[in-house]
Design a protein around this ligand. Structure first.
Ligand code: SF4
Length: 192
């Protein structure tokens, strides 16, 4: 059991789920179907809000709905479990989302990062950077695949002769949790 759910860097890792998924972020898919940015309530810890707020002026250049009456709107709301959520519009779309001329759904925090040579891992909420993975509360926390991730066309079953992570999933883990975590997960997969 612990071989399938090892604790690495203080996080319980659901290895079977992580190796089961292949992810490709392609905004063209979002122009046709629902996007992750209109499916989930994005929640974060209060310390993360300060980071996001510093990027709102640049994000608003892509997503003008972040401004009302000449000032930046307060788009954050405290949740019952002491986290902070991002408000959504009438179509349930995150207020940081915007559509380009081709109708592709994009994240203004991500677009700002690309435009200004920043890493989007430094401008977006952690839960968005993790998609299609998710971290669930617990003691310790559990890293796995988002429950309904396979409902989205950007996620497919990862078929490989040898158990291993999809490169995009590796990149997400590396960028969010660091090389030590990724190395630990790869090792755990190799002895699974
Ligand atoms: S912050 Fe960006 S990536 Fe996250 S839900 Fe909003 S638009 Fe999507």
């Amino acid at each position: 059991m612990s071989r399938l759910f090892p604790i690495i860097e203080n996080i319980k890792v659901d290895l079977k789920s992580l190796i089961s998924i292949k992810h490709t972020c392609d905004p063209e898919i979002c122009s046709e179907k629902g996007s992750c940015c209109s499916e989930y309530e994005v929640c974060m810890e209060k310390r993360e809000v300060d980071k996001i707020v510093t990027h709102i002026p640049e994000a608003a250049k892509f997503a003008p709905q972040l401004i009302a009456n000449g000032t930046y709107r307060n788009i954050f709301e405290e949740t019952d479990d002491n986290l902070v959520s991002i408000d959504t519009d009438e179509e349930n779309q995150c207020l940081f989302a915007w559509r380009n001329g081709k109708g592709e759904a994009l994240c203004s925090l991500h677009s700002h990062a690309l435009k200004n040579n920043l890493s989007f891992y430094d401008t977006k909420p952690e839960s968005c950077c993790l998609w299609p993975l998710a971290i669930y509360d617990g003691s310790p926390k559990i890293l796995t695949v988002q429950d309904d991730a396979f409902n989205f066309d950007c996620n497919k079953r990862h078929k490989s002769e040898k158990a291993r992570l999809d490169p995009e999933i590796s990149s997400i883990i590396n960028n969010v949790y660091g090389t030590k975590m990724l190395t630990g997960i790869n090792h755990a997969i190799s002895i699974m």
